[in-house]
Design a protein around this ligand. Sequence first.
Ligand SMILES: Cc1cc2nc3c(=O)[nH]c(=O)nc-3n(C[C@H](O)[C@H](O)[C@H](O)COP(=O)(O)OP(=O)(O)OC[C@H]3O[C@@H](n4cnc5c(N)ncnc54)[C@H](O)[C@@H]3O)c2cc1C
Length: 353
Amino acid sequence: MVDVLVIGGGMAGVSIAYELAAHASVLLTEAEPSLAEHTTGRSAAIYAPSYGGPIVRALTVASGPRYRALETELDTPPLLTPHGSLWIAIDDDGVEHLAALPAEPVSPRRARELCPVLHDVRAAGWDDTASDIDVMALHHGYVRGLRARGGTVRTTGPVTALRRDGRGWRADVGEDEVRAEVVVNAAGAWADELADKAGVPAIGLRPMRRTLALASGAVPADPAWPLVADAADRFYFRPEGRHLLISPADETPSEPCDAKPDELDVALAIERINAATTLRLRSVHTAWAGLRSFVADRAPVVGAWPDHPGFVFFAGQGGYGIQMAPALAALGAAVVLGRPVPGDVPARDVSPR
Ligand SMILES: Cc1cc2nc3c(=O)[nH]c(=O)nc-3n(C[C@H](O)[C@H](O)[C@H](O)COP(=O)(O)OP(=O)(O)OC[C@H]3O[C@@H](n4cnc5c(N)ncnc54)[C@H](O)[C@@H]3O)c2cc1C
């Protein structure tokens, strides 16, 4: 019997479990034998406050100081390493998208100073608040912090059934039954499937596959280059050691699953980046894919349906679930516990809709 059962051991689950454990008894349970095997273990590890819609951006900005506080609180190595992000527009579509981004306009010439392998660009924007995230240090830190606060982590199989039990819930977890006052659904791409097991209406989550690869070509990567992202969201790349991390920024609808990269998507990334640069990418060292899961408005979902109290969605983190994790977890814990939202966190209504 626990106060809160958190289902899912990705960034969403461990971050909210840590925040909840300051005030409640918490059990976090994960279907896989180890945590962070799905989307969280496959991200590009980018913190870019200019990326995403208004709610995502507000939560990302609010997370900045929280990342720094967590380094001390969770005793981690540096979680954010500054690494500017350059948005480029290479055609009319790009120019239109760039105008809507909260990035500081810079000249095409300046863009090529920042990344000399770029062909001519039409316009560019600079986000010098962007950083690389040490995703695993943050994830491990949250797990350590959760345990230090008395929380428990189990990797003994998926939650297969959820039943109402008075005001709370009974959950079948592997071979065992767990009773909890509140269930937090942090099951990533599986969040609607889990809701269905509990007889709770879906939030309309759409998992979308995104592909990343490590590639190299005629020109060696320079660690000083920024993250370069097409403003119209058709590719991005950034130096990763001697290689380049590349993506075609694909969004292919998928069932919840262990996502695998499609070689056509990797080829598309190479084609688009080669067209925009002098890199002449040729070799792919490794490629992977993960599911970014969105609801229609692409903002996260935090809260319960009014007719289904005690079953709290913490889902729909889309392509931003790492960068906004610290503030989103604080917001989520406040919603679950019915406590005031901390003053530094934007108190947006992101309940199921
Ligand atoms: C290619 C790619 C690049 C990305 N780049 C970035 C980036 O640069 N910056 C950024 O901020 N975000 C990025 N993201 C998005 C970010 O990774 C996600 O928003 C975040 O990881 C989502 O975390 P999660 O915990 O919701 O999901 P997950 O990490 O998928 O965790 C959900 C967990 O729930 C478990 N689960 C499911 N069903 C059950 C069940 N019935 N019982 C028990 N457990 C269950 C699953 O096994 C899984 O481990 C990227 C995503 C992808 C795919």
